[in-house]
Write a protein that binds this ligand. Structure first.
Ligand code: SF4
Ligand code: SF4
Length: 429
């Protein structure tokens, strides 16, 4: 295959979820404000590892001054897609959707080590296709965890060490009810999205989410027939696969007549809220608009709830880590601090760098293990002086990443979803 394809005819025609990529590229005035918040730039101090550099690469390819080649693809996958740049850009450059669109093109020419290709294929193209397959994938991981010396094996293959450390963690399975009803007046019906990774590794967070929703007066429905939202596919150059999963989820969930559709996964939430754009040119477009209008992160629902029961004191010191897709993509800065601030006697610390990426970024650790590990180390080094009793983060990828780093440092503290800690304050918690 000719990897030196000129893309004057390709990238301008490539559409983001909301329009031609070329229009978005033109909005960048190269001011460089975004460099101050870009984690990959801060680590490397290289222009090509910055948002401005990445946009310049997109522009060069779009204008036919540079080829669409392996190097361009590498630039696009060096990015965490954390969207910190987007949140501070004075020109409103929608970097998140741009890098997603550029990755669709990059997929045509990208080269990856065999182990990374295989791992991506197993996760994105096989396991995530259905709940049944994902359950098989998790069973295989359970078997894998029993192999003696597995960590040595993982150390041999680039990218697999990070994947092993994260997905090699034991899953946390507890039974979830299908429906819960509040004792008093009903504020509405909430459908709780359980997702894929969240549902196999973080069921206690779902249980806590359901309990807090009931405390806020909602009837809670947890459909058994729901599955993945497609976020990992949209973020990794496979929008067609993402759209298939998204369309299924929209159909399934709307059948339950929700007043509000609740997610507790920041990465999923950012994509769920963009379904109207992502499914705009599909037969399910109207339903996607309906769906998108009802989606809320659990923080939003609880902070807006007119009445919550009195919470009992929890005497502990907790450090809050904010997922990029909560603060930069959904623009929900400070919500975890505000929510936990309602729990009496809980000492809530939100460090200065709480909004900086921990290096998880979906499957970034598989693609760029060194940068991922560097960002994780920086993050934990910054947290150490606080000596927290526990750490909270509202995204499954970040939780797996932080647990990996904490385990390596010998920290024996809970690292979990903030709603679990909040639920402890409920009277029967
Ligand atoms: S993306 Fe925005 S902040 Fe960054 S250089 Fe371009 S205009 Fe400036
Ligand atoms: S998305 Fe994150 S890593 Fe990528 S350019 Fe923007 S700030 Fe940098």
């Amino acid at each position: 295959m000719d990897h030196q394809v000129k893309v004057a005819t390709l990238i301008p025609g490539q559409r983001t979820a909301a329009g031609p990529l070329a229009d978005d590229i033109r909005r960048c005035v190269a001011c460089g404000i975004c460099l101050t918040v870009c984690p990959t730039y801060q680590v490397t101090l290289e222009e090509w590892q910055s948002p401005r550099g990445r946009i310049a690469a997109m522009r060069a390819v779009a204008e036919g001054r540079a080829p669409l080649n392996e190097r361009f693809a590498a630039f696009m996958y060096d990015c965490l897609a954390c969207r910190a740049c987007e949140a501070v850009c004075p020109s409103g450059v929608p970097f998140g959707r741009m890098v997603e669109a550029a990755r669709v093109e990059a997929e045509r020419v990208v080269r990856r080590p065999l182990t990374v290709r295989l791992s991506r294929w197993i996760l994105l193209n096989w396991a995530l296709k259905s709940r049944r397959r994902f359950a098989r994938f998790v069973r295989l991981l359970d078997l894998y965890r029993k192999i003696p010396g597995r960590r040595v094996l993982a150390g041999i293959a680039p990218g697999l060490k990070m994947a092993e450390a994260q997905f090699g963690q034991a899953t946390d399975r507890v039974d979830l009810p299908e429906r819960l009803t509040p004792a008093g007046p009903v504020a509405g019906r909430a459908v709780l999205l359980t997702g894929c990774v969240m549902d196999f590794w973080f069921r206690p967070a779902h249980l806590a989410t359901a309990r807090t929703l009931v405390a806020a007066g909602y009837e809670v429905v947890i459909p058994r027939d729901q599955w993945c939202c497609g976020a990992l596919h949209f973020h990794n150059g496979q929008p067609e696969n993402g759209r298939r999963l998204a369309a299924d989820l929209v159909r399934t969930v709307l059948n339950y007549g929700p007043d509000v559709i609740v997610t507790n996964s920041a990465g999923c939430g950012s994509v769920l809220k963009e379904y109207a754009e992502l499914l705009a040119e599909t037969p399910g477009a109207e339903a996607a608009v309906e769906f998108g209008r009802r989606v809320r992160d659990i923080h939003e629902v609880l902070l807006a709830a007119p009445e919550l029961p009195n919470l009992r004191p929890v005497r502990r010191r907790v450090v809050v880590e904010n997922p990029c897709h909560l603060v930069h993509a959904q623009r929900l800065a400070g919500v975890t601090r505000q929510l936990l601030g309602r729990v009496p006697e809980l000492e809530v610390i939100e460090p200065r760098d709480a909004n900086r990426c921990c290096g998880a970024a979906g499957i970034f650790g598989l693609e760029r293990p060194d940068m991922s590990a560097r960002l994780l180390n920086d993050k934990l080094a910054a947290l150490e002086p606080f000596r927290p009793d526990e750490i909270v983060s509202a995204n499954p990828g970040c939780l797996l990443q932080l647990r990996t780093g904490a385990r390596e440092r010998g920290w024996n503290i809970p690292i979990r979803h903030p709603v679990e800690l909040f639920a402890e304050g409920l009277a029967d918690g």
